[in-house]
Design a protein around this ligand. Structure first.
Ligand code: F6P
Length: 341
């Protein structure tokens, strides 16, 4: 008999509940038990735990957020936290953890595996930057939100003949900005993977104007760096990541473009709206497949790794293969988007 401990770590993403439901239901099929820790590693540290039943996971497939709560903390920031995790893992007779998380989670889970705590990480993050998977839970739902926002912004940008800068999330990668821009018909996309030249963007906007296009939609990822002096002063979280929205890169780009083109520019920061909402069909299915696969791998004795989807199949990669790596944007997608700029 196995007993899994499940928890959610990092930023939330639509589809987490579908994954929790899938882990629980696949476990019950095999007569395994599931304990849910409240608010991620915080719950494991303070032993805030619930026994999961069919009832607990009933009716949650379509709900955003996380019924177990979620937190972004680094348990390795305090040795007492690691001691508490080990103690509570033992106290609850847990066989292994199933952690729904992001890149930081992979690094925490890897370090915990060296402390004798085995786990499997199910990748979820709207940023879609977890190494070892083509897609993470929540990415497609966030793209829907971005594309819908660009649809709405087109009409007001066009009516006022403005430059409309749209800042998406994406701390280190441009998946959201680029795919959102592709789906929403962006006229220019700026992502962290490629250095940008405001002069070039301004020329492009002026060229569009000379062709009779009197507005432009520019999508920028929040992870695009400001000039060094401005970048240094940005508030950081406990992982050393800049706090979301504090870079204000969207405002910086808009100001620069307005100066260079003489065309009025406005900024919309999509922010946490991108992490909300009802998961799309593809996120529900991905989360369900990941949840069931986590239980299957665990029952085959496979653990200490990250699940992924590749060529439509579910794969398992060891922590060693994925830790401290970032899945950057494939630049061919930027070339694709440029055809439509
Ligand atoms: O989940 C990833 C992400 O959405 C990043 O794009 C963003 O920078 C970060 O989360 C913000 O997270 P929080 O403010 O909740 O820690």
């Amino acid at each position: 008999m196995k007993r899994f401990g499940i928890l959610c770590d990092g930023g939330d993403a639509p589809g987490i509940n579908a994954a929790i439901r899938a882990v629980a239901r696949a476990s019950f099929e095999r007569n395994f038990e599931v304990l849910g820790f409240i608010d991620g590693f915080e719950g494991l540290i303070r032993n805030d735990v619930r026994i999961m039943t069919k009832q607990t996971v009933s009716g949650i497939l379509t709900a955003g957020g996380s019924i177990l709560g979620i937190s972004r903390i680094n348990p390795f920031g305090d040795p007492k936290h690691i001691e508490a995790i080990k103690e509570n893992f033992k106290r609850n007779s847990i066989t292994m953890l199933i952690t729904i998380g992001d890149r930081d989670t992979v690094s925490i889970a890897y370090r915990l595996s060296n402390e004798g705590i085995p786990s499997i990480v199910i990748p979820k993050t709207i940023d879609n930057d977890v190494y070892g998977t083509d897609y993470s839970i929540g990415f497609h739902t966030a793209l829907e939100t971005i594309a819908n926002s660009l649809d709405s912004l087109h009409s007001t940008a066009s009516a006022h003949h403005r430059i409309m800068v749209v800042e998406t999330m994406g701390r280190e990668t441009g998946w959201l900005a680029l795919f959102g821009g592709l789906a929403g018909g962006a006229d220019y996309v700026i992502i962290p993977e490629v250095s940008y030249d405001l002069g070039e963007a301004a020329e492009h906007i002026k060229e569009r104007k000379s062709e009779g296009k009197n507005f432009s939609i520019i999508v920028v990822a929040e992870g695009v760096k400001l000039p060094q002096d401005l970048e240094r002063s940005i508030e950081k979280d406990e992982f050393g990541h800049p706090v979301s929205g504090k870079r204000r890169i969207g405002y910086y780009i808009a100001e620069g473009l307005e100066k260079l083109t003489g065309i009025k520019a406005r900024t919309t920061v999509l922010g946490y709206i991108q992490r909300g909402g009802i998961p799309t069909v593809s996120d529900r299915i991905l989360a369900t497949r990941f949840g069931v696969a986590a239980v299957e791998f665990a029952s085959q004795g496979k653990f200490n790794g990250v699940l992924g989807v590749k060529d439509s199949g579910i794969i398992f990669s060891s922590f060693e293969d994925c830790v401290n790596k970032i899945k950057y944007v494939d630049i061919s997608y930027l070339n694709l988007a440029k055809i439509f700029f």
